[in-house]
Design a protein around this ligand. Structure first.
Ligand SMILES: [Zn+2]
Length: 655
């Protein structure tokens, strides 16, 4: 989410009032520059479908309380209590554990904003009270040092920021700023926002030109500072974010950390995605924010080249990034092993954040293609249906024995380094904010998710109810419900899989070109729309209650092949239908997933099985010689490892 806003007019007034009290100067200035395309905030869109709604409910009802409980159990909350003098004891866990708590607060705040819950609100108040207590007098917040400086992980003692490369003092508070903004926008209360502002003011006084010239080893603070800037209007925060983006790769004032932290050359000179993939994704997202707000074009070439290096050469079919386990990051071009793929859930999230921002900046459909592919596959695999077991890596192949998931073979209830579960917590409730966007009188429909929405466009208000069984069915109905007519131009995304394009570039392609048809009608009259940047354009017209737009995308089982340069996939085929990437699991394929035979001599059909895995579409292969012989049963990749521990493969041998 880029600009979440409050859900009710009443809350909007509270927020405005509080903002006026503290930041009157903001309202006397011209409106802040920001992305040319504006996302419709998640608070204006309510998901009502059978696919995502249960996932969002599980996140709210299970994953939020579960991850808070885990934070208590593992000492994450207690660290704040000890740092604030409420308890006695020693720091427990990893030095960046504060950030996990901040991420849960962010997700819980989003939930609170659309689902008022006094009990959760009170719980947040209590946790925030402890966080505020752990903040030092001048704004510094890092329990790992505050509890006992002599035992600080960086061995810096009383001296702060002694090893920015490794010890995450800045990464942690970046997440705190994001949480603070979310909590403030959800409640109108400044309890955490004031903690964030005090901390950011300290950083502004310490870091920058002619002050401390270091950069964080793990990016995140850039995104956090921009969000804090948006809500306060304080340009010092924006300038500090830009400083951190520009100072990376500049040897003046700090020793370069190298490619692992993308600290090997200035951003504007970078062309390849390298290093740790979560660091990279947050970095690129932060730089895109700066490009949009400051209207600079100095990052344009780098953003385009890096994007191409990922999407043309380094991304998995599932939208996962980060091929190498050793450094949790990018490997060389075309090096995409399946069983050892790291493809961290956080990296999928970072890639989604970045691609959404690139869409908001440039308006091209290719970014939302990557977003959708990652959302339904490499991200969604990261959390179980039950909401209490997780993947950290999301490999495309498993043998049923190797403990690929941080020491576990299968889904795990928690990790010592638990960045991924708590990242899921904050992404799911904000998902409605990625469906629509506006620009002037244009409405972009980017994701096909059943929802009820009401938002401003062209000085009016439009109410839309979208009904669909996507991703299983390509029919999408948008019923307009506003009584007062509003003029708008609809821009409806044609997904890449409809356009015979797995993703832009030649890394993956469909084995057979299919002429999939899209049907578009308005009030029963078929349209022949213009297509621009991958969007079907419904020319500007008045929309009012009773109007109906219907889109029907052909969905077909598609075979995918990889560029020959990807050694791991030579001679192999993967299957897709709509936005879903499929995999074969041992439980459905008793002969094993590595010895499937006859695929070239099979025909494939799609069936929806409402009784398995919360209801999934399956791809069934039948022998052409013997139609009674099943040669393949494939399920959506996101649904694997729910029934038993066993082998799984996305890329299947075709010999
Ligand atoms: Zn993670």
């Amino acid at each position: 989410m880029v600009l979440p806003s409050t859900c009710t007019n009443q809350k909007k007034w509270i927020v405005l009032f509080v903002l006026c009290l503290s930041y009157c100067h903001v309202f006397s200035q011209a409106p802040m520059a920001d992305y040319p395309i504006t996302p419709v905030p998640f608070t204006d869109v309510k998901i009502i479908d059978n696919f995502w709604k249960p996932r969002l409910e599980t996140n709210r009802e299970v994953t939020v309380p579960y991850t808070f409980d885990k934070s208590v159990e593992t000492g994450r909350i207690r660290n704040f209590e000890i740092a604030g003098g409420l308890e006695k004891g020693e720091f427990e866990g990893i030095f960046f554990n504060d950030s996990d708590v901040f991420k849960i607060i962010e997700g819980a705040s989003y939930s609170l904003q659309v689902n008022p819950d006094p009990e959760l609100k009170k719980y947040l108040d209590d946790v925030i009270f402890k966080i505020a207590g752990a903040q030092e007098e001048d704004g510094y917040l890092y329990t790992n040092r505050t509890i006992d400086p002599s035992k600080a992980a960086d061995k810096g003692g009383e001296k702060r920021w002694t090893n920015l490369k490794t010890f995450h003092e800045l990464y942690n508070v970046g997440h705190m700023y994001e949480a603070a903004v979310a909590h403030y926008q959800a409640t109108g209360e400044r309890t955490l926002l004031d903690v964030a502002i005090k901390n950011a003011d300290l950083l502004v006084s310490v870091f920058g030109p002619e002050r401390k010239m270091g950069v964080p080893g793990h990016q995140e603070i850039e995104i956090g500072l921009v969000r804090l800037y948006r809500v306060t209007g304080n340009e010092d925060y924006l300038n500090l974010a830009k400083f951190f983006v520009d100072q990376r790769g500049n040897a003046e004032g700090h020793e370069l950390f190298g490619e692992y932290s993308q600290d090997h050359k200035p951003f504007s000179e970078q062309e390849n995605a390298v290093g740790h993939s979560v660091r990279a994704g947050y970095y690129y997202a932060g730089a895109t924010d700066i490009a949009a707000i400051t209207r600079t074009n100095e990052y344009d070439t780098a953003l385009d080249k890096i994007w191409e290096s990922i999407v043309h050469r380094k991304i998995y079919l599932t939208g996962g990034i980060g091929a190498e386990r050793g450094h949790e990051g990018f490997g060389p071009d075309y090096e995409l092993p399946n069983a050892t793929a790291y493809t961290e859930t956080c990296a999928a999230i970072a890639l989604m954040f970045w691609n959404h921002r690139m869409f908001l900046l440039k308006g091209d459909v290719k970014y939302m293609d990557v977003f959708e592919r990652t959302l339904y596959n490499g991200f969604l695999s990261g959390v179980s249906f039950e909401g209490n077991t997780f993947f950290y890596p999301n490999p495309l192949e498993a043998d049923g024995v190797t403990k690929f998931n941080q020491g576990v073979c299968g889904r795990s209830p928690w990790f010592d380094c638990s960045c991924c579960p708590v990242n899921v917590v904050r992404v799911l409730p904000s998902l409605p904010g990625y469906i629509y966007a506006t620009k002037g009188g244009n409405i972009f429909v980017n994701l096909f998710v059943g929802n009820k929405s009401s938002f401003e466009v062209n000085g009016g208000n439009i109410d839309i109810q979208t009904s669909t069984n996507y991703p299983w069915d390509g029919r999408v109905e948008l019923a307009i419900n506003n009584t007062k007519a509003v003029s708008a131009q609809f821009n409806i995304r044609i997904p890449g899989w409809m356009r015979n394009e797995v993703m832009q570039g030649d890394l993956y392609s469909y084995a057979e070109e299919k002429n999939l048809q899209v049907m578009l009608s308005v009030n029963g009259v078929e349209q022949k729309p213009q297509v621009k940047d991958g969007y079907m354009i419904l020319d500007k017209q008045l929309w009012r209650k009773g109007d109906k737009i219907v889109v029907e995308f052909d969905m077909a089982v598609r075979k995918v092949v990889a560029d020959e340069q990807v050694k791991a996939n030579q001679g192999k085929t993967a299957f897709e239908r709509g936005p879903i990437v499929y995999c074969a699991e041992e439980i459905d394929n008793p002969k094993g997933v590595f010895s499937l035979d006859g695929i070239p001599r099979s025909s494939f059909e799609y069936i929806f099985d409402g009784s398995t895995l919360n209801g999934v579409g399956k791809i069934i292969g039948k022998s052409k010689a013997d139609s009674k012989k099943t040669t393949l049963v494939a399920i959506p990749y996101y649904a694997w490892a729910h029934r038993e521990v066993g082998a799984m493969a996305v890329w299947l041998n075709v010999k």
